[in-house]
Design a protein around this ligand. Structure first.
Ligand SMILES: CC(C)(COP(=O)(O)OP(=O)(O)OC[C@H]1O[C@@H](n2cnc3c(N)ncnc32)[C@H](O)[C@@H]1OP(=O)(O)O)[C@@H](O)C(=O)NCCC(=O)NCCS
Length: 145
């Protein structure tokens, strides 16, 4: 069951989780930015955005691990020297997981260009268990009607 209906409003707000200038070391054999570099930043931005959203809502911030990266779309090539912004917003909170949309944007000729988008799901885990055990992500409280 989706539990998005009772999410605090702040969770849906866009958050600038990360801003990075792309360097020559980040390129692929074609001279544009390697997709894996962007994926790494997306993963990092997503967890920063998820933790920010949980904290803004006044919820505990548990250890989060990445369980899935979905709907990754590279719309435009990213170039050396591009300053790339990673915007996040929460799109779902389940029992143990939180899913964040990451929009990767840069400026071209004064206009914002969405270069890449992705949806990342993180799971709250108990770091004391092995294999890691998912734990509830929502704060304990009285049952809602
Ligand atoms: C994350 C992990 C603890 C989940 O364990 P699991 O036994 O698969 O857990 P569950 O099947 O109970 O699923 C846990 C949550 O993840 C969600 N989930 C599992 N697989 C998913 C997938 N492919 N896509 C989206 N969500 C997924 C489930 O829907 C569930 O969410 P909910 O409780 O909010 O409904 C385990 O898969 C793991 O340790 N993976 C490796 C994590 C890792 O090392 N990541 C890279 C570095 S951070």
């Amino acid at each position: 069951m989706s539990q998005t209906t009772r999410l605090p409003e702040t969770m849906a707000q866009r958050h600038l989780a990360l801003r990075v200038m792309m360097m020559p070391k980040d390129t692929n054999v074609h001279g544009t930015i390697f997709g894996g570099v962007l994926l790494s930043h997306i993963d990092q931005a997503g967890v920063i955005g998820a933790a920010h959203a949980l904290a803004q809502a006044g919820w505990p911030v548990p250890p989060l691990v990445t369980v899935a990266m979905n709907q990754v779309e590279f719309h435009h090539a990213v170039l050396v020297g591009d300053v790339v912004s990673f915007w996040t917003n929460v799109i779902r909170v389940g029992r143990t997981s939180i899913t964040v949309r990451v929009s990767v944007e840069t400026e071209r000729e004064g206009k914002t260009l969405v270069v890449t988008q992705a949806q990342i799901t993180y799971v709250a885990v108990d770091l004391e268990s092995w294999p890691r055990r998912p734990v509830p992500i929502r704060p304990a409280g009285p049952p809602e009607d």
